[in-house]
Design a protein around this ligand. Structure first.
Ligand code: OAD
Length: 234
């Protein structure tokens, strides 16, 4: 393994699949017959607020019945033991990375356990249901929505992520189909800057050809193996 100091890990729904959370584009990836892209938009929220809030209320409730799996735990171990730079960028809105203990973590698509006020823009931790739920703790408006980046909105922490990609020696993508930008383009940015690139996924993703190496299998097997490899080589 070449000299590595700085690692960026991107995760997607596939890393949480073995914890029991459905992926977006798999056979269970539909909700009431709709594609998630039809529900998770500002237009859908404006047209049918109840539908969108209910979708995320159900997802928030589902968190109570799941736990981190071996892949989340392995990344938390990497976070604790890796002496160089590390950034875990997740597209997931669940809290399984942090429950496993990961600290150097960004939720680029937002979080189920956070609320965003449409009136004042305030963000605050949130548990429970949004339908019939509380008012904004900052401005008292009755305008809370899920703190989720909808299609057409800007993901969080783009500057931070771009800087990490510019400095990365190794970029690793785990459990994501590579269908949604900007995350799907991170492999190209990292490669352009000279980073080594590795994909760990159940099946080839849309961007598999962009990676120097692609390993196919379950995240719960591949991620602990890779973490062991990286920590041993250091
Ligand atoms: P997808 O559902 O598009 O892709 C999940 C990927 O994980 C697929 O390539 C699967 O083959 C793979 N996979 C499934 N089970 C796996 C396992 N046990 N181990 C390893 N890989 C497995 O989910 P994402 O790529 O995360 O956006 O989707 C990206 C974004 O699209 C999401 O963040 C969400 C969605 O619309 C927003 O909500 C804004």
């Amino acid at each position: 393994m070449p000299d590595i100091h700085s690692i960026v890990v991107l995760t997607g729904a596939g890393i949480s699949a073995e914890s029991g959370l459905a992926t977006f584009r798999g056979p269970d990836g539909l909700w009431e017959g709709r594609r998630v892209e039809e529900i998770c938009t500002p237009q859908a929220l404006a047209a049918d607020r109840g539908l969108v809030l209910d979708f995320y209320d159900q997802r928030r409730r589902a968190l109570a019945g799941v736990a981190p799996n071996a892949a989340h735990e392995a990344l938390a171990r990497l976070d604790a033991e890796w002496p160089g730079e590390l950034l875990i960028v997740t597209q997931n809105v669940d809290d399984l990375h942090e429950r496993a203990g990961a600290k150097r973590l960004i939720h680029m698509h937002g979080e189920l356990l956070s609320a965003l006020c449409e009136r004042c823009g305030g963000r605050a931790p949130f548990a429970g249901d949004m339908i019939g739920g509380p008012r904004c703790g900052h401005c008292d408006a009755d305008a809370l929505r899920p703190d989720i980046v909808f299609f057409g909105e800007m993901p969080y922490a783009m500057d931070h992520i771009d800087r990490a990609l510019m400095d990365a020696d190794l970029f690793v993508s785990i459990g994501t189909s590579g269908a949604v930008y900007p995350a799907a383009g991170y492999v190209q940015t990292a490669r352009y800057r000279g980073a080594d690139t590795l994909e760990l996924n159940l099946e080839p993703s849309a961007g598999s050809m962009m990676f120097a190496e692609s390993r196919l299998g379950t995240a719960s097997r591949l991620v602990p193996e890779w973490v062991e490899e990286v920590l041993r080589a250091d």
